[in-house]
Design a binder for this molecule. Structure first.
Ligand SMILES: O=C(O)/C=C(\CC(=O)C(=O)O)C(=O)O
Length: 304
C-alpha cells in the first residue's frame, strides 16, 4: 500500500551533525517514533496525518550516530492502536528498545502479554485534539487498571491549557504517569506564571508523575532553530525545562522525538538537539539522572 504524505510534510533531517555534547555511557533516547514503512506497516485509517517513512533501521542508525545506547519507541497516532510497527522495532533492537503502546478496551490479555514480552512497558493516552478523536474516560480508566497489573505506566500527552480540566482524571491514575513535553507549556508566558505553576504543582503534589523535558523545537516560539551549527537553540524553552530538571531531577526523561511529526516551521538537526541537553541539565549528575538513571529505572528496572 502506498501513501501520500500530508501536504507540507517536513521529512526528518538527513545527515545530522555529530553532537559536541558527549552523552553519558548508557544514555537512553526516551521519546522517539517509527513510521511504517507504510508498505509493510500501513498507517491507520483514522489517522490525522500521513508522515514520511521512518524505519527502525534508520532510528537505530541515528541512535548510534548520536552516541545513545537505547530507545523508548512511543506509538505515534498515525498508526492508531495498531502497534505492529512499534513492536517490530522493539523485536529488532537486540533488547535495546522498550515501547509505549496505544490500546483500546478491546485488547485481550494475551495481546497485552505478547506486547510485554516484546518490551512494551506503557500505554499512551493522547488528549491533543488535532491528533486523536476523543476516547471516553471510563475506557481509559479500565485500560489503566489492566496495564497496572503488568507493571506498566501511563504516558499522557496534552496541551497546557487543558491541564486543569484533566487534573482529576490524571491524579486518579493508579500507575506512574509520564507527561510528554512538560505538558506543552506556552513559553511566551512567564515560567513562574499561573499556567506553568499548575504543572509544577502537578508534579510536586504527585510523586508518581514524571515529565519528558523534550521537544524544544515544538515549544519554541523565538528559536533560534537547531540548524546551521547553532549551539544556543530554542533559548525561550530553556527556563521551563531547566526548572523541571532541577526541581524533580529523579523524575525527568529526555528524547529526540525523531522523526519529529507535524513540525511546520523547520526540521531540527538531531545532533544540535543533543547539544541542547547541557543547557537544561547543567551538571554531570543531572545529565546522568536524565539520560541514564531515570529511564533505566522506568524501562529496564531488572538491570538496575
Ligand atoms: O511526537 C510527538 O510527541 C508529538 C506529536 C505527534 C504525536 O505525538 C503522535 O502522532 O502520536 C505532535 O505533537 O504532533
Amino acid at each position: 500500500m502506498t501513501f501520500e504524505k500530508t501536504p507540507g510534510w517536513l521529512d526528518w533531517y538527513q545527515g545530522p551533525t555529530k553532537p559536541q555534547f558527549k552523552v553519558p555511557a548508557g544514555a537512553v533516547d526516551a521519546h522517539c517514533h517509527v513510521f511504517g514503512p507504510g508498505e509493510e506497516f500501513p498507517f491507520a485509517p483514522e489517522r490525522k496525518y500521513t508522515p514520511c517513512d521512518a524505519s527502525n533501521e534508520q532510528l537505530y542508525a541515528l541512535r548510534d550516530h548520536l552516541g545513545f545506547s537505547r530507545n523508548v519507541v512511543v506509538q505515534a497516532t498515525c498508526h492508531g492502536a495498531d502497534n505492529r510497527a512499534m513492536v517490530d522495532a522493539l523485536v529488532h533492537s537486540n533488547g535495546k528498545a522498550r515501547g509505549v503502546a496505544t490500546v483500546k478496551r478491546s485488547v485481550t490479555d494475551a495481546e497485552l502479554q505478547a506486547m510485554h514480552d516484546a518490551g512494551v512497558r506503557g500505554v499512551r493516552f493522547n488528549f491533543v485534539k488535532r491528533l486523536v478523536d476523543f476516547t471516553p474516560k471510563d475506557e481509559l480508566v479500565e485500560i489503566a487498571g489492566r496495564i497496572k497489573e503488568l507493571g506498566w505506566h501511563v504516558v499522557i500527552y496534552f496541551e497546557a491549557v487543558d491541564l486543569s480540566e484533566l487534573w482529576d482524571f490524571f491524579t486518579a491514575l493508579p500507575t506512574t504517569v509520564v507527561v510528554d513535553h512538560m505538558g506543552r507549556p506556552d513559553v511566551t508566558k512567564p515560567v513562574d506564571g499561573p499556567e506553568f505553576e499548575l504543572f509544577v504543582k502537578f508534579m510536586r503534589e504527585h510523586a508518581n508523575v514524571w515529565s519528558k523535558v523534550s521537544c524544544p523545537e515544538r515549544l519554541s516560539v523565538s528559536g533560534p532553530p537547531a540548524l546551521n551549527g547553532e549551539q544556543n537553540a530554542y533559548r525561550d524553552v530553556i527556563p521551563f525545562a531547566r526548572r523541571i530538571v532541577e526541581t524533580f531531577p529523579d523524575r525527568v526523561l529526555w528524547g529526540t522525538d525523531w522523526p519529529h511529526p507535524n513540525l511546520k516551521d523547520h526540521m531540527p538537526d538531531d545532533g544540535l538537539l543533543v547539544d541542547f541537553i547541557p543547557h537544561i541539565a547543567s551538571t554531570p549528575e543531572l545529565q546522568r539522572k536524565l539520560l541514564v538513571d531515570n529511564p533505566m529505572r522506568l524501562y529496564w528496572p531488572e538491570e538496575k
